[in-house]
Design a protein around this ligand. Sequence first.
Ligand code: UFG
Length: 326
Amino acid sequence: MKKPVLVVGGAGYIGSHTCMILAQRGYQPIVFDNLCNGHEEFVRWGVLEVGDVRDTRRVEQVIEKHRPLAILHFAALIEVGQSLADPLSFYDNNVIGSLNLLRAAIAGGVNYFVFSSTCATYGLPQSERLDESHRQVPINPYGRTKWIVEQALKDYSELLNIKAVILRYFNAAGADFEGRIGEWHQPETHAIPIAIEAALGRRTGFKIFGTDYQTRDGTCVRDYVHVLDLADAHVRAVDYLLAGGETEAINLGTGTGTTVKELLNTIRAVSGRAFPVEETSRRAGDSTSLVADNTKAATLLGWQPQYSIEDIVKSAWNWHTRHNAP
Ligand code: UFG
């Protein structure tokens, strides 16, 4: 008998990959998604219940129907630039939506919650590698919405019968190696899909945002972590909570940084294609370097990332060559 879990935002990029791994490890994913950014065709490892996290009655109805053991909450608006242009939508979706979902979870007797958070809650890095005790001073509305929900989760877990694992992702990247699901955002702002689309000739080229950072080659450093490694960590987080684990915030990154120029070299090597690259000015809100200290994930969840930056780019290349986003 498979164990039901509610995957809110399970038709999206990280949620759908997590459903795949949940299904492989004895769970029955119930996907709850409003399909505003998710894709119905990504729901391949569970049933789909269409609905919005802000719709209390609909959430309660789905919890009542499926009686999940835990909730994994991925549904959020994620693009930093958009959060500066339209903060109302970010607070509405990310904060009100999450609080509403938590209220329904508590009312429905679901005590375990896995929350998608981000290294953007740290703000400007004070050290080369960021551990979970790093100060949290987010520098944009997106990061603040995630930070606010983290605080609510800590209060609820102290005062109410809720246990939560808060997962702070670094740069999610890559795709299912069979190319069935992958990264598909509209519009796309992330470096890897944009560069691959440029290599495929679907974009005119790639613009490097800033070459004057204090890094080894002047471009920003990021910790790219394979989406299947993230998915694995989510299943481990559910296992941990069901086994009686306490509320914790945990970084998910590889601990290895890659500059934008190094990333472009890897994409050229994997694809065997050259594409135009233009060096332009900095993008507002970018940190110089964001690299995880992932010791806590290893200690608490037994998690070790399996995939390198080459694996990330190979799997992303595979997905993009098969999938041409409209
Ligand atoms: N970059 C370019 N050109 C592009 C796109 C990106 O040079 O066309 C650079 C960025 O300046 C950055 C790096 O590539 O240095 C990575 O950029 P992404 O947009 O792929 O990712 P971010 O690091 O900006 O964002 C990610 C998540 C966010 C999260 C953030 C935390 O996508 O949700 O990390 O900092 F908030």
